[in-house]
Design a protein around this ligand. Structure first.
Ligand SMILES: [Ca+2]
Length: 269
């Protein structure tokens, strides 16, 4: 009951105070003491709609998506404008939980039955805008806690216009890390895609360790720009927190040993 009242409070405050992009941030220094249950009443209002009680637990809710839906995660999908399709204002992509993805072959979950799929669109947008499609969850991490997961992708666009990624933001919305990222493209010089067009990569594990105690947001997303034709998808599963001192998973092979490419080259459809 206590948390039900809290939830009502922060939903109301989110409606009043949450502008565009506000899901990146959770305000309030009191969050740093949230590991203690008696401080629950002082917890900040998470903007993603999950229970405030979760901020005591240093864990990801529904990180393997075995509820079969996006419970615990907040989807945010930018809108674009198409002069061709009706309605003209259209979501730039999709966020869904699935048990398979068919591309000629069949992609199945890394863990359990279900996984998250975040895709760009198969639209025909006007202009050269950039659009994000994300599922995010805010979590308390103590220094040394590690967020782990497994991701893969479907390279659905022969043009290098799409990226799919995992990013970690601090409570002020600053990007702290990009543990996993991949790109669309057709293998032309300058493309950074890891598998051929119309193929999927293997599941790849990733991890990121919090450098200090705080509230962080884990975002699983896709970014596209331009006409947003041909959908590329990121797949995500088994998102978990390994508490400091509890052992870490074996280090994943570095996807970009020399650093993430600074930008995606532009090949227009
Ligand atoms: Ca799963």
């Amino acid at each position: 009951m206590k948390y039900q009242i809290l939830a009502t409070t922060f939903v109301a405050s989110a409606l009043v105070g949450c502008g565009g992009g506000g899901d990146d941030t959770v305000s309030g220094e009191t969050a740093l003491s949230a590991a203690s249950s008696e401080t629950a009443a002082a917890l900040p209002a998470p903007a993603d709609g999950i229970s405030a009680s979760r901020f005591n637990h240093r864990s990801i809710a529904n990180g393997s998506f075995e509820t079969g839906d996006t419970t615990g995660w907040k989807a945010n999908i930018d809108q674009g404008y198409s002069g061709i399709f009706i309605p003209h204002e259209r979501p730039a992509g999709t966020v869904s939980v699935v048990d398979s993805f068919n591309f000629g072959g069949t992609k199945l979950a890394y863990d359990g039955r279900y996984f998250l799929k975040a895709c760009t669109g198969n639209e025909w947008f006007d202009g050269q805008g950039t659009y994000n499609i994300t599922a995010s969850q805010t979590v308390l991490l103590h220094k040394g806690d590690t967020v782990t997961g497994a991701s893969s992708y479907y390279n659905g666009d022969f043009a290098a216009q799409d990226t799919v990624w995992v990013k970690i933001f601090d409570k002020s919305g600053n990007l702290k890390a990009t543990p996993w990222i991949d790109f669309s493209g057709n293998g032309a010089p300058g493309d950074n895609n890891s598998v051929p067009y119309n193929h999927t990569s293997d599941w790849t594990t990733w991890d990121w360790t919090a450098p200090k105690t705080g509230i962080y947001t884990v975002k699983l997303g896709a970014t596209t720009f331009g006409d947003n034709r041909f959908a590329t998808c990121g797949f995500h599963d088994a998102i978990t927190v390994v508490l400091n001192g509890k052992g870490k998973p074996a280090a994943a092979a570095a996807r970009w040993p020399n650093g993430i490419p600074a930008h995606v080259p532009v090949f227009v459809h």
